[in-house]
Design a protein around this ligand. Sequence first.
Ligand code: GTP
Ligand code: MN
Ligand code: MN
Length: 367
Amino acid sequence: QIDEAEVVAFSVPSYACLRRTTLDNHNPVLTDALSLLAENAELSDEDGRGVAFRRAAAVLKALPEPVTGVTQLRGLPCLGGHSLRVIRDILENGASSEVEFTKQSERFKALKVLTDIFGVGAKTAERWIRDGIHSLHQLQESGQTLNRAQQAGLEHYDDLKQPVTKAEADAIGEIVEEAVVSVLPGAQITLIGGFRRGKLTGHDVDFLITHPEEVLSLQGFLLYQKTTRNSYLEAKDGPARPASNMDRFERCFSIFKLADAEKRGTKQTENTPEDTCRLAAHSRWRAVRVDLVVSPISQFAFALLGWTGSKLFERELRRWAGHEKAMSLSSHALYDNKQGRYLKATSEEEIFTYLGLEYIPPSERNA
Ligand code: GTP
Ligand code: MN
Ligand code: MN
């Protein structure tokens, strides 16, 4: 009964970094469906399809109101035939048969369960599934050798599946801050990732620490840690040179031991065997995924921009930089290919300006 001419036609720029995407999503059913297909593609080593579904979902997240008919989508970017078919299915039948089929499929369910283990990627899960392993129980019975990360991931599986709250993120922030400042007075610690974008929960907590040299000591708090020393060094004459001790960039993907709220006042100690055997009912702490990124002050703005996300927003920023500006953007630096030099910046705003983009605050980077 709606006259087609009256239908609201949406207009959305094709790069996600040109859009303001808040957490106020008016089309969660459609974006959840497309995100699930993206996840399935990513888990199946089909990254191209994964990105296509992520881009389609991000366009719908940017719409100012719910979509009621496919005619409203005419002229929107990033909506390929496949995504449109899924959207039409949901708008007309209430559900997408492909999404429902995927959700029910044994393969997808097994890939999800296995890759939900910290330290397990799609490749490993795929190999295990080929060996007939579809569940945690089957994995434990199989006698597969697990690396340290996977052992820790399996041990803390239930905890790590629980979303992390903002209150927990803040509690960890205080502990990390205290540890950092005791090593290096004046160091800056910034909450990044989803929480910086205003999310109320996350799958982990991400921090950026600006810190010129020393190595952090959070030993008593970490149940697992893998520290990567990055070999990047800013250079005048080309993109990458071997790192020196003075100018390194470290990150640490860890599992953090966070005491229950009522216990947080008291000092935490090393793990005891009793801790490891704690009963869920009497739990006095929980495991939380924490990512620590350490950046030299000269790279702070790039690290901040590069680790705030969302993942798609970051990807689109790099695509914009490369395709539209002939620049290479990373979480360390911005290189101008035409001028043949690095562009220095001390704030995110400056980087957006170099890229010829309007500044988008973190809360509007939820593409
Ligand atoms: P939740 O944690 O689920 O709330 O979402 P999130 O947006 O915080 O995601 P996540 O913690 O996975 O990533 C946060 C940011 O770190 C995103 O911008 C990612 O692009 C970035 N990131 C994650 N892993 C890596 C990595 O291995 N290398 C680099 N350079 N960036 C990464
Ligand atoms: Mn995160
Ligand atoms: Mn993270």
